[in-house]
Structure formats: structure tokens, C-alpha cells
Design a protein around this ligand. Structure first.
Ligand code: SF4
Length: 284
């Protein structure tokens, strides 16, 4: 079960995305997958290259559209484990409409966002995750917009698996991805993944000083949605670990009426003449 391939990542040395790649590879092996069991779909951005760096089915999609593709893959072939991935600009700006609806739909896809609070591929512009006052080429006077609280938003949208991690914590990140893959429904894992080239504020040291691990909060209960929201608000969203999980809600594909467990790829395409005529008559 080797999820490494021969492609050498062209990320900058020290980029947080290396750890995310390693964590996905380790988690996939740890849960017993084979490379042919896994599809990795990504969007556009530095982190979007990840689908080419893992020995599995890979699809490098278009900007902000990793989730529609990933959901299509899952609906076509339920036997595949599907991971969608990309950056905070990809998923929380242009792709945000898809993100919110995938969360509330609860389709069985694991979405891993490499959140560096900046657009790295285009050489450093303010993203929806940048804090107020953040100075870049696009906001030379400092950003006047608030950073989007994505974990809070995921809870509000009905998320059933909401988690956050940090690139420096490979062990914790791997464990969370394992849990996300095994969760029956949509899992959102936001990973603080520093951009060492363009973001000189949210560095590894900055995160180490500002992050609170949920495991250090006595009595924290990830099945308690109110507690999850309150804790996020108390820590300005800067917590890591499993924030919330609801194992009661069925996944989307288990609720679609008449949707067969074997998935579309294993179903016959044979259509009787009567059935075809009836279908056509509905459009005439
Ligand atoms: Fe990583 Fe930033 Fe370099 Fe992109 S520009 S590869 S996000 S360090």
C-alpha cells in the first residue's frame, strides 16, 4: 500500500502542503485502502497540485470546482473513497457555494483544505481567511474585511464532521484524516498550512503560539454542537482537533430514493424501448 508516486512536488521548501500530502498517504494506508480504492480531486492553487502527487486516481479540476467533481465521482462509484482538496481561496472564495451545499448535503466525501490565509500561486493576495489589517499586494493598506469563520460556518450549515489541524502536527493530522475517511458523510478538515514564501504573519511559530488543541480543554465533547460553537468563538476559531461529529445523520447517497448501493458504474445501461419512448414523450 504505497501511496507515493514518482512525481516530485514543486512546492517551496518548507511549504505546509508537504505534510498534508504525507498525512493523506499515511492515513489512506492506515485505514487499509489500496491505491485503486482512492480518488483525489483538487482545485486550482499551489495546494491543488496535490492530486498529482499521490498514487491514486487523480483529477485536477478547475478553480473552486473540486467539490462538484468529487461528488460526481462518489455518486458514480460508491466503492471509491473520495478525497477533495484545495486551498482556502479555492474552497472558501470562488468555491464557497459548493462548499456550503456539500456540507449540508452530507455526501460521503472528505474535504481537506490547505488554509494558508493567502493566495500563494498568484504570488500573495489577501484571501477570505486573511485577518483584518492583513497587508498584501491586493490590500496594501491592510484588509478591511473580516476573516471567514469556516468552522463556525460548517457547524451552522449542518456539518456532520468538522475538524481542524496544523501541518506541523503530522500525527494528529493523519489521525483526523483517518477519522474523516471513516466518517459516513461529508467531512471537512481545515488544515493550517503555512505559506512560507508570501505569508510572513501566519508562520509556523505564529500558529504554535496561537493554537489551542481541543485535547487540552477539559471536558470537551465533540458530539456537543453548542459546545463546539462556543469553543470556536472563545478561541477566535484557532483550535485543532475534532471539533464536532454527528454519526446519526445518514449520508446523502444513503438517502437518495432508489439509489442502488452498487453505484452507477456497476448498473446496466440497458433501457427498454418502452421506457425510452416514455422518457422521450415527457420532453415533447
Ligand atoms: Fe507553498 Fe506558498 Fe510556495 Fe505556494 S507559494 S508552494 S503555498 S510556500
Amino acid at each position: 500500500k504505497d501511496f507515493r508516486n514518482k512525481v516530485k512536488p514543486n512546492w517551496c521548501p518548507g511549504c505546509g502542503d508537504f505534510s498534508v500530502q504525507a498525512a493523506i498517504q499515511r492515513a489512506s494506508a492506515n485505514v487499509g485502502l489500496e491505491p485503486e480504492d482512492l480518488a483525489v480531486v483538487s482545485g486550482i492553487g499551489c495546494s491543488g497540485r496535490i492530486s498529482g502527487y499521490i498514487n491514486a486516481y487523480g483529477f485536477h479540476g478547475i478553480h473552486g470546482r473540486a467539490l462538484p467533481i468529487a461528488q460526481g465521482v462518489k455518486m458514480a462509484n460508491r466503492e471509491l473513497t473520495v478525497i477533495a482538496s484545495g486551498g482556502d481561496g479555492d474552497g472558501f472564495a470562488i468555491g464557497m457555494g459548493h462548499t456550503v451545499h456539500a456540507i449540508r448535503r452530507n455526501i460521503d466525501v472528505t474535504y481537506i483544505v490547505m488554509d494558508n490565509q493567502i493566495y500563494g500561486l498568484t504570488k500573495g493576495q489577501t484571501s477570505p481567511r486573511s485577518e483584518v489589517g492583513f497587508k498584501t499586494k491586493s490590500t496594501p493598506g491592510g484588509s478591511i474585511e473580516s476573516a471567514l469563520g469556516v468552522m463556525e460556518l460548517a457547524l451552522t450549515a449542518g456539518g456532520t464532521f468538522v475538524a481542524q489541524s496544523f501541518s506541523s502536527d503530522l500525527k494528529g493530522l493523519t489521525a483526523l484524516i483517518e477519522q474523516g475517511i471513516q466518517h459516513k458523510g461529508f467531512s471537512l478538515i481545515n488544515v493550517y498550512s503555512p505559506c512560507v514564501t508570501f505569508n510572513k504573519i501566519n508562520t509556523y511559530d505564529w500558529f504554535k503560539e496561537n493554537i489551542t488543541e481541543l485535547s487540552s480543554i477539559e471536558g470537551y465533547d465533540p458530539s456537543n454542537r453548542m459546545m463546539a460553537m462556543q469553543t470556536l468563538m472563545e478561541h477566535n476559531g484557532l483550535v485543532t482537533g475534532l471539533i464536532y461529529q454527528n454519526t446519526e445523520k445518514k449520508s446523502y447517497e444513503d438517502m437518495v430514493p432508489g439509489f442502488k448501493p452498487e453505484g452507477l458504474v456497476n448498473q446496466s445501461l440497458e433501457i427498454s424501448e418502452d421506457h425510452f419512448s416514455k422518457l422521450c414523450s415527457e420532453f415533447m
